[in-house]
Design a protein around this ligand. Structure first.
Ligand code: AMP
Ligand code: ZN
Length: 280
């Protein structure tokens, strides 16, 4: 039992050191979904003495969102961590499902794609407003191996050029780097850690998560062993600097509509939402 705890914590410490992810003086916003992954990330970083605060985005997905919010709140109260909550209704005047349906009436995109783009946009904007130096997410070894395989299957490894334990975008005052301290920790280890420590967390899957490629890739990746998943991410990390070179040369500009950092004149969130006039 104690071995899992030590192993997971040591992996997190080593990843932070090796990839120079965090400093003790930095203000860190942990993107806390209420799920086990980000809850474990929040708990461990707080235990290691980092200056962490939690940011939960309530997407208004019915009771599921309320259970997730309550899990983050319980953990933060128990550990004395400051919690921030963003309400999608206040941000966009509607729930995530309505945003998504509006977009999907016009173009074919998966639920997770729309939600992911909106969440990243909100996280960056609000973490910056909170004065954060870094945003932490709960992505782990299984997530990363799946994403690499998915990008490969889509014939576009370049999609992963900005992934790895930290985003590799050149410094920009409006962009808060996102980091993944659980990059080398498997989902199984996280589940065990969360159970042993009895951390408040919602174990259910998001009711809207439906991307057929993601589901098929997960089924395939679940058949692989931990060593194989480690090899996938380790090999990917070897080619990442070359992939990222292209991105490093691209300048960050600010979206003509919302003013947030973007690679093109209009950011991903605004171009996605502008397909439907109903969505702000
Ligand atoms: P997902 O995109 O749902 O696979 O989640 C990936 C990571 O994004 C999680 O580990 C969290 O760090 C963050 N995240 C997901 N959903 C939320 C949310 N509702 N509020 C804050 N952070 C979130
Ligand atoms: Zn924009």
């Amino acid at each position: 039992m104690g071995k899992v705890i030590l192993d997971v914590e040591n992996k997190v410490k080593k990843t932070i050191e090796k990839y120079k992810l965090l400093g003790k003086k930095e203000k860190i916003i942990v993107a806390s979904s209420g799920g086990k992954d980000s809850s474990v990330a929040l708990y461990i970083l707080n235990k290691l003495g980092y200056n962490v605060e939690a940011l939960y985005i309530n997407l208004r997905l019915g009771d599921y969102s309320e259970r997730c919010e309550s899990a983050v709140r319980k953990l933060c109260e128990k550990e004395g961590i400051k919690m921030h909550v963003l309400d999608i209704n206040e941000e966009f005047g509607m729930k995530m499902c309505n945003i998504r349906c509006g977009v999907q009436q016009k173009i074919k995109v998966s639920n997770c794609m729309v939600c992911g783009i909106v969440k990243k946009w909100l996280l960056n904007k609000h973490a910056r407003k909170l004065g954060a130096d870094k945003i932490v997410t709960g992505h782990h070894l299984d997530d990363e191996a799946q994403t690499i395989i998915m990008n490969f299957l889509q014939g576009n490894l370049m999609l992963g050029a900005n992934s790895g334990p930290r985003t590799r975008i050149v410094y920009d005052k409006k962009f808060v780097p996102r980091i993944k301290p659980l990059y080398f920790v498997s989902e199984n280890e996280i589940r065990k850690y969360c159970e042993i420590k009895k951390l408040p967390a919602a174990y259910e899957k998001c009711p809207c998560s439906a991307s057929s490629l993601r589901i098929r890739t997960r089924e395939f990746a679940n058949k692989l062993g931990k060593k194989e998943k480690e090899r996938i991410v380790e090999n990917f990390l070897k080619i990442l600097p070359q992939l990222s070179d292209k991105f490093q040369k691209e300048k960050i500009i600010y979206c003509r509509i919302c003013g947030e950092p973007a690679r093109n004149e209009i950011c991903k969130k605004c171009s996605l939402l502008s397909v439907t006039k109903k969505v702000k």
